[in-house]
Design a protein around this ligand. Structure first.
Ligand code: NAP
Length: 457
């Protein structure tokens, strides 16, 4: 007898939406007549890190939303926003309604950096700053910019480090044309930063920047990009990396061009320093007053060793952009070191080494917080393939009817937001943008209760 397959996807960012899309488009085994998917999302809105992770001055990346919208318009895929996995429901609850659950919860926290002074006032995680400037409802509305914080440090040379450095170095005026909410625009007007010092603990061939993002750093007339020659070393390991990857070669080329370029005298500067490993955030009266780094040297393998030479940098704030870290999900095993749910190609593996029946992962919670948005597609395809191959061994849910979920969520008194609700909020934000003095594509609504109220109106 053929069955109607019911799948819950927890997390409605790109990873979850791609998984839903692939599930509803893939050739189903003969035992399955059709498949329907419900996306369960903690935010009242879909799109995860596209809405709350991509920098506001990167509208090109946000264009991906257009393709994701087409997926969510499929009637076989439903969106349940403002529902928090772990608080509002857990795996056991979901398994009453679904044959399988795919977790696509991504990573939104900051990886810890265990150095002295990291908890001082003025020391921040990049993920928190990104959530703030992207108007996430669950972070404080006011960012604590200090009037004397003119020099700041950014630790880590990935694209998040670039985003943070660029947003700190741009003027509020430049960002006013983007979708930033009013509280963020007000905050940025108080940002006194003139010099952002970005620190790489390794060399130029080991940075994680992508070429386009590095090149556009120079596009603001208010910013000079200054790549310091000290530590700009290319050893044998670096040359191997350059020969092996076009992207590494391009990045090193761009960096070399920056080294050679004369500063134009712009009011703000982004400095990039190589072979400087952070060892301590320096404080006075509980506040950041500097950063201490150890000079490193390349060891020929792509890694570095410390030289013992210490350098103190007078900075008044430190942002660590050393990688995201996923939330530990209720009812699932978690690999604390890697920050992922242990899995085999997407099948969740329990602490005893056996597969946890009906539980799957995709995206950053599956393979860690690296890779661009498009990479989550191949991830999702692999997870879906495994899920479909497991079907005969999955227990059928007790309440497979679609409405059973609606009844359950309503019974829990949750203010669930739907796809139609998102369309209302989307229209509202666009109208705020149109009527704004700076005529913008949209202005984001920030408070969760206001978003929910508009979506449910
Ligand atoms: P990332 O690319 O992994 O970069 C993390 C950086 O932190 C690396 O340079 C790493 O250096 C450094 N780091 C780690 N531990 C450190 C420590 N203890 N001390 C000093 N430095 C340390 O991570 P990400 O920047 O968070 O980006 C995550 C993913 O999102 C990436 O794939 C990125 O491309 C993507 N993304 C893309 C965009 C875009 O505009 N296209 C924007 C944002 C993010 P080591 O290499 O030496 O470990």
């Amino acid at each position: 007898m053929s069955r109607q397959l019911r799948v819950a996807v927890v997390g409605a960012g790109p990873a979850g939406i791609y998984a839903a899309d692939i599930l509803t488009k893939t050739d189903l085994p003969p035992s399955v007549e059709s498949v329907t998917v419900d996306l369960i999302e903690r935010d009242p809105t879909p799109f995860g890190l596209i809405r709350y992770g991509v920098a506001p001055d990167h509208p090109r990346i946000k264009e991906i939303v257009k393709a994701l919208k087409r997926v969510l318009s499929n009637p076989d895929i439903r969106f349940f926003g403002n529902v928090s996995y772990g608080d509002d429901l857990k795996l056991d609850d979901l398994q009453q309604f679904y044959d399988a659950v795919i977790f696509a919860t991504g990573a939104r926290g900051d990886r810890d950096l265990d150095i002295t002074g990291i908890d001082l006032k003025g020391s921040f995680g990049a993920a928190d700053f990104v959530s703030w400037y992207d108007g996430h409802p669950d972070v404080e509305r006011d960012w604590p910019f200090e009037p004397d914080a003119t020099s700041v440090a950014v630790l880590g040379v990935g694209n998040v480090g670039l985003d943070v450095a660029r947003i700190l170095a741009k003027t509020a005026q430049e960002l006013l044309v983007t979708e930033i909410p009013d509280n963020v625009a007000d905050g940025l007007r108080r940002n006194a930063t003139t010099d952002v010092h970005v620190f790489a603990r390794r060399g130029p061939a080991q940075v994680k920047f992508t070429p386009m993002e590095l090149r556009e750093l120079n596009h603001s007339p208010n910013i000079d990009v200054i790549v310091h020659p000290e530590g700009f070393e290319l050893d044998e390991g670096s040359m191997d990396a350059i020969h092996a990857s076009k992207s590494v070669k391009l990045v090193v080329d761009v960096l070399q061009n920056y080294v050679a370029k004369e500063p134009s005298g712009a009011a703000h500067r982004i400095h990039i320093h190589f072979c400087q490993s952070p060892v301590e955030v320096l404080g006075e009266d509980g506040r950041v007053v500097g950063l201490r780094t150890e000079v490193t040297e390349l060891d020929g393998t792509g890694n570095v060793r410390g030289t013992g030479e210490l350098v103190d940098w007078p900075v008044q704030a430190v942002y660590r952009a050393i990688g995201y870290y996923s939330d530990n999900l209720a009812g699932l095993p978690f690999d604390l070191a890697a920050g992922v749910v242990p899995n085999d190609g997407g099948r969740v593996i329990d602490i005893d080494g056996s597969a946890l029946p009906g539980a799957y992962v995709t995206g950053w919670i599956k393979r860690g917080p690296v890779g661009l948005i498009g990479h989550t597609k191949s991830d999702a395809a692999q997870t879906v393939e495994l899920l479909l191959s497991d079907l005969d061994n999955l227990p059928a849910p007790a309440q497979p009817e679609r409405e059973a979920v609606d009844t359950y969520l309503a019974g829990r008194g949750l203010d669930v937001t739907t796809w139609e609700g998102w369309e209302k909020l989307d229209a509202h934000e666009r109208s705020l943008g149109e009527s704004h003095e700076h005529a913008r594509e949209r202005v984001k609504v920030v408070p969760r209760d206001e978003m929910v109220q508009i979506a449910r109106s």
